[in-house]
Every structure is written in structure tokens, then in C-alpha cells.
Design a protein around this ligand. Structure first.
Ligand code: FPP
Length: 249
């Protein structure tokens, strides 16, 4: 039986987050320059977005560009920014046809003006779609996000609007760029690296994680289905005992 047929449709993860790793290594393996790896990576983004939308996943967050990625050679950063703009224009119809709503998290003020404007326009144009929410983490890092949230909360405490004891988990969550988005249930990182790399550190508190060995350009819909099936076989205890979890099921 294929992995897709093994998925229990009533037990889907509401939110899947993916660290798309290995574009550069994939290109090197083929004797190509890194840019080809990113281009092939975009094709995988297309396939996986359609597969997630078709399954009925509510949120798919993709780590497309980290705060640290700004430190890559200028040539590669420029190439990635051009690729984003091209992809955004090219994928408009795919998003509409699949009823996908585009969202973003990250410090998008750092994006080049042209890229940011086109990106925000597409976010606006897809804002009435009711299917999958595709969250692109762009110029994102978790420590940047948490620092920014702390500054916002500190200002409100300093002004007397909030008392220190008003600061609780809900308030912190509400000040992150993911406010209103449920925490990921499942994290996938390709290429066999076993790291979180400054991605959704607060939000991944109870996520199940899987680290397939394949590189992102090689990641297929079957790999996505397998990750979901594996997830569905795990027991999520949220700090409770196995017996408590079974009673409340
Ligand atoms: C990691 O591979 C990938 C990135 C830093 C960029 C991810 C971008 C894409 C898949 C394309 C654009 C996506 C959208 C949503 C338009 P790496 O370069 O770190 O690979 P390496 O570790 O093998 O060098």
C-alpha cells in the first residue's frame, strides 16, 4: 500500500513546518552551480504545496531564507531574491487554482523593495482563499523574532500599560510573527542534518520531528506522505504519561 493510502485523514497534522535543506549539495552532486539546486528546489516547493493542499493540511511553513542567509555571497543572495520574484509571479495561478492563502513570517523589511512589493501584493490577492495557508519564512530567524517580541512587550511594560506579571505564554505567542497560526505538529528537515537552525524555537516546543536523508530537490510527495504516516504512528504526550493520554483520547 502506498504511503498516501495509509494516511488517516481525520488525524492530519494541522501544521507542517519544513526546513528545505540541501539545494547546494544537490547541485554539486550533478556537477552544477548552486543556482540550479535552488531552481530545482522551487519545483519541489510547487509539488509539495499542491500535495499538502490536496490532502487538506491547514498550514505549511517553509523556511525559504534565514536571517543568516543574508551572509551568503552577494551573488547567491541576489540570485535567490530574483528567484523569489520570478516564482511569485509564476506560481500565482497555482495558488489561486489550489485555493492557497499565502502568508509570511520574518523581517521582510530587509527584502529588496521590488521583491517585497510583489510579495505583499500576492499575499493580498490570495487573502480570501480558504484552503491551505502557505507560510513563507523569509529573512526569518527565531532569535530575531523572539527579540523583537520582547522589545514590543518591554515597551508596553515600561509605559505602564502592562504589569510584569501580565507577561505570559499567550502574550508572548501573540507578539511573535506567527500570531494566530497554530504551533507546528510536525517538523521535517531534509538532507539528514539533525539541527533546528534558529527556526521556530518557541513554536516547535511539542512538534514531532523527522529528518529524511534526501536533499530538498529530491524530496517527493511520497516522502511527505511517509513523514505524515510516521507522525500518525507516534504518541504525542505533551508531558503527560502514556496512560493519561490514552484516557483522554
Ligand atoms: C537550503 O539549501 C535552501 C535555501 C537556503 C533556500 C531555499 C530556497 C528554495 C527552495 C527556493 C525558493 C523558495 C521559494 C518558496 C520561492 P542550501 O543552499 O543550504 O543547501 P546546502 O546546505 O546543500 O548548501
Amino acid at each position: 500500500m502506498s504511503y498516501k493510502d495509509q494516511i488517516q485523514k481525520d488525524q492530519l497534522p494541522a501544521h507542517i513546518a519544513i526546513i528545505m535543506d540541501g539545494n547546494g549539495r544537490w547541485a554539486k552532486k550533478q556537477g552544477l552551480i548552486r543556482a540550479f539546486g535552488h531552481k530545482k528546489g522551487v519545483q519541489t516547493v510547487h509539488e509539495i504545496t499542491e500535495a499538502a493542499a490536496e490532502l487538506g493540511i491547514q498550514y505549511l511553513t517553509l523556511y525559504a531564507f534565514s536571517t543568516e542567509n543574508w551572509n551568503r555571497p552577494k551573488e547567491e543572495v541576489d540570485m535567490l531574491m530574483t528567484l523569489f520574484v520570478e516564482t511569485i509571479e509564476k506560481e500565482r495561478a497555482t495558488l489561486m487554482d489550489n485555493n492557497v492563502r499565502l502568508l509570511t513570517i520574518g523581517d521582510i523589511d530587509r527584502l529588496p523593495d521590488g521583491a517585497r512589493t510583489r510579495f505583499l501584493k500576492l499575499i493580498e490577492d490570495t487573502s480570501h482563499n480558504t484552503g491551505l495557508s502557505l507560510v513563507l519564512a523569509l529573512s526569518y530567524s527565531s532569535r530575531w523574532e523572539i527579540t523583537h517580541a520582547m522589545q514590543e512587550i518591554a515597551k508596553r511594560v515600561a509605559s505602564g500599560e502592562l504589569k510584569p506579571e501580565d507577561v505570559n505564554e499567550e502574550l508572548i505567542s501573540a507578539n511573535l510573527t506567527t500570531a494566530g497560526i497554530p504551533d507546528p505538529d510536525l517538523l521535517i528537515r531534509t538532507s539528514g542534518e539533525l539541527r533546528i537552525s534558529n527556526f521556530l524555537l518557541w513554536q516547535l516546543a511539542y512538534a514531532e520531528m523527522t529528518f529524511p536523508a534526501c536533499l530538498w530537490p529530491e524530496f517527493t510527495n511520497e516522502d511527505l506522505y511517509k513523514a505524515i504516516v510516521d507522525y500518525q504512528h507516534r504518541e504525542r504526550r505533551f508531558g503527560k504519561t502514556s496512560e493519561q493520554v490514552l484516557v483522554t483520547k
